[in-house]
Design a protein around this ligand. Sequence first.
Ligand SMILES: C[S@@+](CC[C@H](N)C(=O)[O-])C[C@H]1O[C@@H](n2cnc3c(N)ncnc32)[C@H](O)[C@@H]1O
Length: 232
Amino acid sequence: MPYLFHPSGSLPYHLRAWRWRHTLWAPFHAQVRRWLADWRPQATHLVLIGPSGGYALTVQFLERFEKITVLEPDPLARWWLRRRFPDVTFDWRDSGYLARSGGFAHLAAIYPDAAFLFCNLLGQELQGQPADFARAAWLSELEPALTGHSWASWHDLASTSRAPDGAVPRRLDQAIPLDELLAMAWRGGDLEITDHETAGLCPRAPRHHAIWRLAPRRYHLIEWIDVAPPRS
Ligand SMILES: C[S@@+](CC[C@H](N)C(=O)[O-])C[C@H]1O[C@@H](n2cnc3c(N)ncnc32)[C@H](O)[C@@H]1O
């Protein structure tokens, strides 16, 4: 079962989720829940993309939708999701096409009536990702492909082993360079980061930020964006 050890989730991820759920992860999950509470897409069908075990989700959020489709290749995550939300009906679907060129357009075509929630997936290594995967090119297809849909995403911008000594702006009216954002939270000195190649997504959209302490020595700078279809 190779997927059990896939880098973007699976067994190590679930063990961390269990271990840190009441401590390191709790402040970040509280923030995600506030973002979700404020996100009000005009759709009764929600497609969850990469929710893992739904550790950041609440039943109050899920109950707002009549139908919930889940794209999540990790069998352990699906098991946890069912276990955490026994009264919610999930429609499980394959998403091996997503990380390909045209993946977002395919998604929009299969679910024309749905709102999409990308659950910390856009900056991750994906199942089905081709060997020559170019994230910037892939992400450039997202906004045009989902025009007409409501969608939202929280995703990694950067991660590092250095603890922040400042704060990230909770809300920005539009994207600013990643370096400027990092300099607000990590002041001075050397900063070695993993760049998750998501900075500058939907550059003119308002966005929110938070720091997620994933492990005692691992900090992720997270961005939240939600996009509504233009009013007709
Ligand atoms: C960082 S984890 C998500 C964390 C989770 N949303 C949470 O809040 O704890 C990324 C998730 O994306 C899933 N994933 C990987 N490739 C995928 C794909 N092609 N389609 C949908 N989900 C995928 C992984 O199985 C994993 O659960």
